[in-house]
Design a binder for this molecule. Sequence first.
Ligand code: RNT
Ligand code: ZN
Length: 424
Amino acid sequence: MLAYPSDQQITQAYAQAKDRYAQVGVDADQAVRRLTQIPISLHCWQADDVGGFETAEGLTGGGIMATGGYPGKATTLQQLRADIEKALTLLPGAHRLSLHAIYADTGGKAVGRDKLTGEHFASWIDWAKARKLGLDFNGTFFSHPKAADGFTLSHVDPGIRRFWIDHAIACRRIGEAMGRQLGTPAVVNVWIPDGFKDIPIDRCGARARLRDALDEVFAEDLDGDCVLDAVESKLFGIGSESCVVGSHEFYMGYAVTRNKLLCLDAGHFHPTEVISDKISSALLFLDEILLHVSRPVRWDSDHVVILTDELHAIAQEIVRNDFLARVHIGLDFFDASINRVAAYAIGARCMQKALLAALLEPADTLRAMEESGDTTGRLAMLEELKTFPLGAVWDYACLSGNVPAGPAWLNEVRKYEKDVLSKR
Ligand code: RNT
Ligand code: ZN
């Protein structure tokens, strides 16, 4: 068993940390309060390696891949919900859940993806309502015979295109139902795997088909208080190495001209390109964006999010620019080689730690230094801040949020593994 720090240990360390932050003009109490108001949208698909409940096979094709064979993966709706509930007990604050269409509750009946409705998510909505969780949604344009050749909304075959357009339309309506019933808009994201393994002749034709298909998808006017539309770009995928139809330029142009949310996935760019640098540009031309916070290792490997420089930078960009109301923070990773509930806790807690670190920055001081040309002071200050007592404030945020502080949360996951996961 890992030792749980006592409440007194936490509050004493916090009192000291608070003084240190006050010395640089930062109100730690306020930072903790603000942190607990930032919802993180947990992605349901870490619990079952993007399997869903449609078929027994789970994830097939479509440019994404979960690797690893750690035991205990969720194979039923009940198991998936239990795992997510467990993960949520390890995070301070109130959060959201991002679902995929393949997690529909159809009562064992096969329902075509073009025929899904809010009814198929009624049990999810009830579940979310009881737990005060907001829901977000994603169309599932992979793991399907009609996506077997790697094309969906940009397919040359109008029949196949139609099927996926109808799926996307169905997803928007499902999102609207979720948003209406839960009183918080559902972000409905479109990511499609469409792309060419080898060098295509007609990139423009495929992209024009995608543009037109999306225009059909979004033609229906839905209540913006209930549903927000997002589109997600990608650089390449497994089997789409030579050209991805929905590239960054494609969706940036699409989102700006159609007033949609752009979804920036941290793993979907060249290895030296970072999404933290894109947020300020995107939000000069768009009202809102969605993030898929992930961790690429050499490629879009969807590793569990950890406290990297880039994670800090993402949080800093959001907080420094006061973008919290315009950036929807979603997670997108799937590691099947470690305990999946622990994966949620590690990734989401790191996202929260990065946000807390950003909220604890003396933003005005740093900005004034930069504006006055004091680049020496800026660098010195940023480096000193790195060793400020963030951990003490985080522990206090956990204590106030009634979740385990420090590594002791792992005890809870191990117990859950012994009592629940190992019995699956
Ligand atoms: C794939 C995209 C997409 C998926 C999820 C499961 O590269 O990142 O967002 O990860 O929809
Ligand atoms: Zn993504």
